[in-house]
Ligand binder design. Structure first.
Ligand code: 4NP
Length: 169
């Protein structure tokens, strides 16, 4: 391994229900972190701004789409984001503007981390991950495409700018 990063960074992905977009980001990003040997240094979780699906597995379409690309999302369980999450996470990353607005209302004044949209970490044209819940299977593929691209950008950012790992590419 190259230079050993010095500290732990905690990343929380947030959407509305925590059964489609944010668990996808959770599973995809966590797998990238593990593959790059950084799981001692980067902690990953996800949550929803809503409370309809607490304790539930991701949507079956989310699990199926993830499985086709080699991501096991079946062990994840939905939970609702809370103000205390801002004490536990350095990066709170929202899937869309509505999620971001709700998080801004919850954000304590003393939070010194990053609260932002997730997608701009990638190179794509869009800033928001569209909600696939009421659409067809192609929406879940689109979520995966966007999340994979943004996850690569996020991991590059964390390695280079936060962990100061000059070997990242
Ligand atoms: P998510 O998708 O925010 O990506 O998990 C949704 C899941 C459930 C609902 C809306 C969006 N819902 O209205 O129950």
């Amino acid at each position: 391994m190259p230079d050993v990063p010095r500290r732990e960074i905690a990343v929380l992905f947030v959407c509305l229900g925590n059964i489609c977009r944010s668990p996808t980001a959770h599973g995809v990003f966590e797998q990238m972190v593990i593959k790059q040997g950084l799981n001692q240094h980067i902690r990953v979780d996800s949550a929803g701004t809503g409370d309809w699906h607490l304790g539930k597995q991701p949507d079956s379409r989310t699990i199926a789409a993830g499985q086709q690309r080699g991501y096991d999302l079946s062990h994840l369980r939905a939970r609702q984001v809370a103000a205390v999450d801002f004490d536990l996470f350095d990066y709170v990353l929202a899937m869309d503007g509505q999620n971001l607005s709700n998080l801004q209302l919850l954000q304590p004044d003393h939070f010194t981390g990053t609260l932002s949209l997730f997608l701009p970490y990638g190179q794509g044209a869009l800033d928001e991950v569209p909600d696939p819940y009421s659409g067809g299977a192609e929406g879940f593929e689109q979520v995966l495409d966007m999340v994979e691209q943004a996850s690569q950008g996020l991991l590059r950012h964390l390695r280079e700018d936060v962990l100061n790992d000059a070997s990242s590419s």
